[in-house]
Ligand binder design. Structure first.
Ligand SMILES: [Zn+2]
Ligand SMILES: [Zn+2]
Length: 363
């Protein structure tokens, strides 16, 4: 793994077994290929494999599964990919792109450093040695950290706060508005498609996962993004995992992050447990989709939206208490305590039970 932060992230997502299994695959071995006879049975991957490429709008497509969503933008000279899933999915990505175009991959944009978004960049780079690989300076720093950093995942160019690539209808704009999910989060605007790709600052239509803390930081980061792009006529908001949302969905998430922080602060100051802040959020019907109690398709390894809200209130509590959950401190350190703060009920943040999983699969 690239760093302790990534390892912590994987463990937090109950994905460690999958990562180990997929990391050991060499490019070209083919994700989802049956094991050789006599080979030890691989740990069952909790991550669903890539699904067939889906058309979103105009020249923009999406590939779900195998890690984060991969956005596919077909341009005159070639294809722009945003995010490359877990290691071992490179061939599957190229096979899906082949269904819509024979053009080469010319550009890869990485939204952040986590392996479920950068894992197959090396495979694609091997096939297309001239590919441009673009990410924020923060993402490059995270991918470069640690003795096991993979140089084939590193960028050919970086940017600080904002970058525009391409001309006219083919323009793509990158925004970095602060730390939150990671220290290098990138948002990708495709103006001609009125489309914004969020990375994991918005994923599964639930409160964002905060592997290094940042309940306050991600609130500001999301609000800054909304302010920066609100006049751009965005209609389609593609999340880092899961399905396609819209502008109203992003605005709701920004309001929710702020409300969560405000409710957490008030409950913390009163000496109430985290569950009281979540109960406060549940009074607002606008937030109902973000407090859902169902397991999301494709997130059978993770938590429900309601459990995630509890986790983030716990992270906010840890921040209010001055515990080390901030970036630059915990990035590379242990995960913040997400279920142990001030009378938190462990049931609120527990992973789904076998019964919940069985019900989700049956649906
Ligand atoms: Zn992710
Ligand atoms: Zn992530």
């Amino acid at each position: 793994m690239k760093s302790k932060a990534v390892l912590a992230f994987l463990i937090a997502g109950s994905m460690a077994a999958s990562a180990a299994a997929q990391q050991s695959q060499r490019p070209g071995s083919g994700a989802g290929q049956p094991p050789r006879p006599g080979a030890p049975a691989p740990a069952r991957s909790p991550l669903p494999p890539p699904e067939p490429i889906e058309h979103i709008t105009g020249n923009v497509y999406k590939i779900f599964g195998g890690g984060g969503n991969t956005l596919v933008v077909v341009q005159k000279a070639g294809v722009v990919l945003v995010d490359t899933k877990m290691p071992g999915n490179g061939q599957a990505i190229l096979d899906e792109v082949k269904k819509i175009t024979d053009k080469p991959i010319t550009t890869i944009i990485c939204t952040h450093s986590h392996p479920d978004h950068t894992g197959s960049t090396d495979f694609i780079r091997e096939r297309y040695p001239n590919v441009r690989i673009i990410m924020s300076e923060g993402t490059k720093a995270e991918l470069s950290a640690g003795p096991q950093a993979n140089p084939a995942l590193l960028p050919t160019e970086t940017y600080k706060d904002r970058l525009t690539i391409g001309q006219g209808d083919e323009q793509i704009e990158l925004f970095h508005t602060g730390t939150g999910h990671t220290g290098g989060d990138t948002f990708v605007l495709v103006p001609a498609a009125k489309l914004l790709f969020m990375g994991d600052v918005m994923a599964w239509n639930m409160a964002p996962f905060l592997p290094s803390g940042g309940a306050a930081a991600i609130t500001e980061e999301t609000e800054k993004l909304v302010a920066a792009v609100k006049d751009r006529g965005i209609e389609i908001v593609v999340e880092g995992h899961g399905h396609v949302n819209n502008w109203a969905g992003l605005e709701r998430l920004a309001r929710f992050n702020r409300a969560l922080l405000t409710a957490a602060r008030a409950a913390y100051d009163r000496g109430d447990p985290p569950g009281v802040a979540v109960a406060e959020l549940q009074k607002n019907p606008d937030f109902a989709p973000l407090l859902d109690t169902h397991i999301k398709k494709g997130l059978e390894y993770g938590n429900t939206p309601l459990a995630r809200a509890h986790m983030n209130v716990n992270i906010a509590y840890a921040e209010f208490a001055g515990e080390n959950v901030g970036f630059g401190v915990a990035n590379g350190g242990p995960l913040p305590a997400t279920d142990k703060h001030k009378g938190s009920d462990p049931k609120d943040t527990a992973p789904p039970t076998p019964e919940m999983l069985a019900a989700a699969v049956a649906k």
